[in-house]
Ligand binder design. Sequence first.
Ligand code: ADP
Ligand code: MG
Length: 449
Amino acid sequence: MELILEKWGEILMTVKEEHELTDVSFETWLKPLRVYNIEGSKLYILVPSEQMDRNYITKRYMLPIKVAIAEIIGADYEIEFILQEQTKAIQPFKSRNPEFAANNEKATLNPNYTFETFVVGKNNKFAHAASLAVSESPGEVYNPLYIYGGPGLGKTHLMQSIGHFILKQKPDKKVIYVTSEEFTNEVIDSIRNGNASAMTKLRDKYRTVDVLMIDDVQFIIGKESTQEEFFHTFNVLYLAGKQIILSSDKPPKDMETLEERIRSRFECGLLADIGFPDYETRMAILRRKQEMDGFHLDDEILNYISANIKSNIRELEGALNKLLAFSNLEHTEITMEVAIRELQNIISPDKPKEITPQLVIEIVAEHFNISTAQMISKNRSSEIARPRQIAMYLCKNMTGTPLEAIGTLLGGRDHSTIIHGIKKITEEYDKNENTRYLIETIKKKINPN
Ligand code: ADP
Ligand code: MG
């Protein structure tokens, strides 16, 4: 039951995505639904207001929800939608784990997102260590801690691990976790409300915390009133030595519409990036998840998944969930054949695009908004020369093309020019996290799988 409660948001989002629902349909029909209880294999879902049509919801959404639950939880439930007046006949659910209920309510943390379940690999080692340090000494070491990286790479998981850790050590700490969208909405609501007390309430809420976590701050940008409120909240907390933790899909300097004063606040603590997991880390994550779910697949199948899903851990887990659901619903063993068939929508059915040096050059040019003609030209200004060197580096690393051939493709440059370019980017990559992030982003554009 707790699993369903905890994954309920994800289940509804899956229905939305798989059925391409518009926001208004989602808000109207799905978002108000509440898990009421489970009895045996029967799941009761509460349809809250009279205005919502239970028959319509049953007809239109019962099956999609059932399928999404099977995919995400790996279990098959019979679903019944109930109205408020029927609830008297059915016992409501009460968590048997009071700690779960209390902490979860206090900080709305996902109980699975802890350090214990977080697999440390090369890609997240630094961010993990920084997060642990912040957990042990909140407000004292890195403030703010700014975690960034692409979608599905573990930012939310890591951030919430900090929250859990702190609450476990000191349960009376006030810890708030919000997405920047929630924060924005609250600010806008208070402003719309127009009275001073709404604003005071909001300020009381955010300015009295010990730990404030704001997830996905890239969505705060471009909204003036929110930036203003955020800025003041930040200053109050920062000066009082309270810990602030932020996450974003990019480093502050790449957040174009961010006000300068906020950017400099973001940069005054520690920036920690999470990159793409390497093969070992992907396998370790799959193994860990298997263990947690009490499920076993042949290494050959795990290998198939991690060899094909490289840049998003959420998708990596999604593939495993899908096989788990299939095996539970059909009561069959998962063979390699079944895995390939069941995962064909996740693992692209088309033959992967061949990565040629031409493709690399085109995509690098596109990324820097220059033409391929400029790439191969004699122009040595840094706006052109640097992308060109990045192309050299990626041609070597992603296609294994001989250096002479890379030179020829890049406008007949000689061997030593290519060596120099590759060396320069390699050194930068090792030293500079922004370069690493840049390179990984371009790599992902070249090879999205
Ligand atoms: P992000 O916030 O960066 O988009 P999430 O934190 O939501 O990513 O992670 C996506 C999924 O992948 C979550 O289910 C999370 O538990 C899992 N995950 C990500 N990184 C790791 C890791 N290093 N070890 C174990 N699970 C991970
Ligand atoms: Mg996230």
